[in-house]
Design a protein around this ligand. Sequence first.
Ligand SMILES: Cc1cc2nc3c(=O)[nH]c(=O)nc-3n(C[C@H](O)[C@H](O)[C@H](O)COP(=O)(O)OP(=O)(O)OC[C@H]3O[C@@H](n4cnc5c(N)ncnc54)[C@H](O)[C@@H]3O)c2cc1C
Length: 490
Amino acid sequence: MAGMTDETPAGTRPAAAPDPAGDPAPGTPLACDVLVIGGGPAGSTTATLLARDGHHVVMLEKECHPRFHIGESLLPMNMPILARLGLLEQVRAIGVHKRGADFPVTGEPERRHDYNTFPFERALDPRSDHAFQVKRADFDALLFAHARREGVDAREQVRVERIVFGDDGRPGEVRARDAAGHALAFAPRYVVDASGRDTVVGRQLGLKRRNRTHQSAAIFSHFRGVARREGGDAGNITVQRFEHGWTWLIPLPDGVMSVGAVCFPDYLKQRRGNTDAFLMDTLMSQPAVAARMQGAERVGDVHVTGNYSYACTRMGGPGWLMVGDAHAFVDPVFSSGVFLAMDGGEQAARVVGQALREPRRERALQAAMQRRSRRGLRHFEWFIYRFNTPVMRHLFNHPRNNWQVEQAVISMLAGDVFDNPAVIRRLRVFRLIYALTSLALAPSALRGWLRRRRQARVRFEGDTLHRGAGPDGIEARPGTPAPSAMEVRP
Ligand SMILES: Cc1cc2nc3c(=O)[nH]c(=O)nc-3n(C[C@H](O)[C@H](O)[C@H](O)COP(=O)(O)OP(=O)(O)OC[C@H]3O[C@@H](n4cnc5c(N)ncnc54)[C@H](O)[C@@H]3O)c2cc1C
């Protein structure tokens, strides 16, 4: 472990040594090299790699693993990261093999049973021809336990409450509280905020901004008895557009299917009364989804998340860095969240490790990380913002591989948006095709644009991601049968 020696880089404080029992005397903050806030994918990845690099890392997680979390569909670009962490086989053991994504044809009644499958093996320079669908409770617990095995002082049920910044603008002390209510203090040389939507540092420093271009909200649960696709495609994610947004079907282990709808906020605002009934009405209003859900039984709570698109105005500062959802989140349509969190974790580990060794390079390292991250996110954003427009629907209904553009879209679906110039070039061609198609479909393209603009202003803040009662106070319990086919609305 990196100790506080004479080699401690300039610009960082010497930290008090822990007592022989491992914890400091009461009132004395525990010194460490890096304190990671949050033990989700971003936090565990960052912490593991920094510990491997010889640093003394403390990771604080406010909940206790395994715990429910949404975000179950991984991308092929996750696979090399899992391999580098040494976790590929363990994740394979808890995951469902995902060969690709399918997008049902919508808006063309004569093709209402058709869907287009985009297999990852057709991506340009595929790094992996598959990914996994995972129960996040199991996946996150695995990553967290692995971080601990790699030497991270990983603590659960410890909530970070506040970071006290010193006169030099660097984090001086991190204050936290454990499950028994005891106050804890840490004196890290570096803080990595991986606290997800809680955005601990972003909130404290007032850096978090609502996304003004795009807003959506989601309602979802777990079911058993939902039909899967045939054969090798049985593990694929389905992304189904509908009038008020889009629906996902993600096959999970043990015959469970995660089913959820991401809706325009004004649609979710219409919800009256029972959250459970609203979810089922929404799903059953889509004939293709209803057909797959005949006889399905709900086996999980119903969750609602309100408007969740936001970004922090910067990613780091002296002695601190944000990673994953703690920095930004847009929309889950391309299942990019966990990949972005873990890719960001790898980047953060590199930046923090180098900044601790060479503090003079800190600003440049952070700036380069932020530029790369924003560049990748922009490619996802471009597709996300337009996903429900008539033009994008048309292009996904009629995929064509002219100039390998379809393959580039599959590469984007695989997460390959950061460092592959061949993909980036062809995604630019796709944008051109989109613009030309917009001219051809001008009236409906204009309607789509106006709708998107209107939705970005609608607020819907409900959130039941944490177990228990919804924003309407109604707790939706598992075990409720899905409505039968008789109740399906055309
Ligand atoms: C509806 C919906 C569907 C999604 N579907 C997908 C999908 O299919 N695929 C995909 O890849 N992504 C998906 N996502 C996104 C995905 O959930 C996130 O992007 C991903 O979990 C981000 O990982 P993270 O480690 O940054 O944050 P998180 O996974 O949220 O982890 C943050 C951790 O920090 C802890 N924490 C928070 N505050 C504190 C504190 N003060 N002190 C200590 N600990 C704290 C939390 O308990 C949590 O464990 C979806 C998101 C939504 C909203």
